[in-house]
Design a protein around this ligand. Structure first.
Ligand code: UD1
Length: 417
């Protein structure tokens, strides 16, 4: 397992190009199972989670050709609906195989997936939706087991706005008989991206990006060509890093509308944010940033995945910030690591109170999950002295070439064994 060694007090400067969205491609890859023919995926990020999903599809029998920033997938020879346990355990998003496998092959058997340690992540809404479409779903000895001779379209109301459940049900409903209406659906841009691919394959998905999605089932889907949208969370990470280090960074290949809450909050903190057509320039706060109140919410609210990077910025703000985590109840494990660097943060339940300090100091810290890892890089760039980050495997799951991208912006960051 490697470590990252980072020299602090660096002002990031320059340009960075954002990769394809991890959370889109992790659903797009399972969606390719629905097609009778080859699907070509472009602008896929070179990250471990995506590699694992590719390996899972190959293990099921699909023909998977990877070429760095893309995939060609042909599910013609899929013979298994039981993804290998050791791969599924590595990847929370493997739950997204349930809907496509069930819809195309009538069955799926998946061990309860792994992923980031950010609190309980139940699958009850996924299961509720698939049952509504007529599937028999059981959980036995840690496995989810689903069967259906033929799925039938139905109304599904989600009790919790879940990105994964919306995607799973939407994908399954494409090959169901008749009409499915998902109410209280998640509205994340990644869902729109997947719906666009499904429609290019011949599906009829309407309303993706709103809280009511209507799907008219079709008999067959064909292969298609699809370009993944830019990763708004990676973009947000670099935007926050630029503001936190009082740098000046142009973030390229972004869809600015996807980043509105981040743009608004960084402006409120005192950073300058200039929005172009497909780029955003962030210039850090003059002096110290202002404290903020942040509430994480489903899209278009402030994304939970940027809560820890934003907390890093606020550790040295000129006053007290309040951060309320409304999505994942246990997503404050990074706080103890920030405290090792001199941050003053109190957590009570779902709320963190951050008292801005004059400066952070380098320390030996551990990335407890993917986004916490990115947040620690930002804290390390802000801090005086050297920081050593352990747990880099979490970071590599979801950020493409993160050290190279930060180094190109002037960061002193290196990997060691
Ligand atoms: C996705 C993203 C993740 C992001 C999250 C919220 C992927 C691969 N991951 O995760 O990066 O942090 O959205 O934006 O796209 N819930 C239930 N029952 C369910 C499903 C979810 O109670 O059946 C709850 C969860 O515990 C959580 C909330 O709903 O509190 C939101 O979770 P969900 O939107 O499903 O997150 P993921 O799809 O797992």
């Amino acid at each position: 397992m490697g470590i990252l060694v980072i020299e602090g007090e660096t002002r990031l400067k320059g340009r960075v190009t954002i990769s394809g969205a991890k959370n889109a491609v992790l659903a797009v890859l399972p969606a390719t199972l629905l097609a009778e023919g080859e699907t070509i995926i472009e602008n896929s990020p070179g990250i471990n989670d995506v590699r694992v999903m590719g390996q899972i599809l190959a293990a099921l029998g699909a023909e998977v050709k990877e070429n760095g920033s893309g995939f060609k997938i042909n599910p013609g020879r899929v013979y298994s609906q039981s993804p290998p346990l050791e791969l599924v355990k590595k990847l929370r998003a493997s739950s997204l195989l349930l809907g496509p496998l069930l819809a195309r092959y009538g069955q799926a058997e998946i061990v309860m997936p792994g992923g980031c340690n950010i609190g309980p992540r139940p699958l009850d809404q996924h299961i509720k939706g698939l049952r509504a479409l007529g599937a028999e779903v059981k959980i036995e000895r840690g496995f989810i087991w689903a069967r259906a001779k033929k799925l039938k379209g139905a109304p599904v109301y989600l009790d919790v706005t879940s990105v994964g459940a919306t995607e799973n049900i939407m994908m399954a409903a494409c090959l169901a008989e008749g009409k499915t209406v998902i109410e209280n659906a998640a509205k994340e841009p990644e869902i729109v991206d997947i719906a666009n691919l499904l429609n290019a394959m011949g599906a009829s998905v309407k309303g993706a990006g709103t809280d009511v999605i209507r799907i008219q089932g079709v008999k067959h889907l064909r292969g298609a060509r699809h370009t993944i949208i830019p990763d708004r969370i990676e973009a947000g990470t670099f935007m926050i890093a630029a503001a936190a280090t009082r740098g000046e960074v142009t973030i390229e290949n972004v869809i600015p509308e996807h980043l509105e809450p981040v743009i608004a909050k960084l402006r409120e903190a005192g950073a300058r944010v200039e929005v172009g057509e497909d780029s955003i320039k962030v210039t850090g706060c003059e002096g110290t940033c202002q404290p903020l109140d942040i509430k994480t919410l489903p899209y278009p609210g402030f994304p939970t995945d940027l809560q820890s990077p934003m907390t890093a910025l606020l550790t040295t703000a000129a006053g007290t910030s309040i951060i309320k985590e409304n999505i994942f109840e246990n997503r404050f494990r990074h706080v103890d690591e920030f405290k090792r660097m001199g941050a003053q943060i109190k957590v009570e339940g779902r709320t963190a109170v951050v008292e801005g300090v004059d400066f952070l100091s380098g320390a030996r810290v551990r990335a407890t999950d993917l986004r916490a890892g990115a947040a620690l890089i930002i804290a390390a760039l802000m801090a005086r002295g050297e920081t050593i980050i352990q747990g880099t495997e979490h970071i590599d799951r979801g950020y493409e070439n993160i050290t190279g991208k930060f180094r190109a912006l002037g960061a002193h960051i290196r990997r060691e064994d």
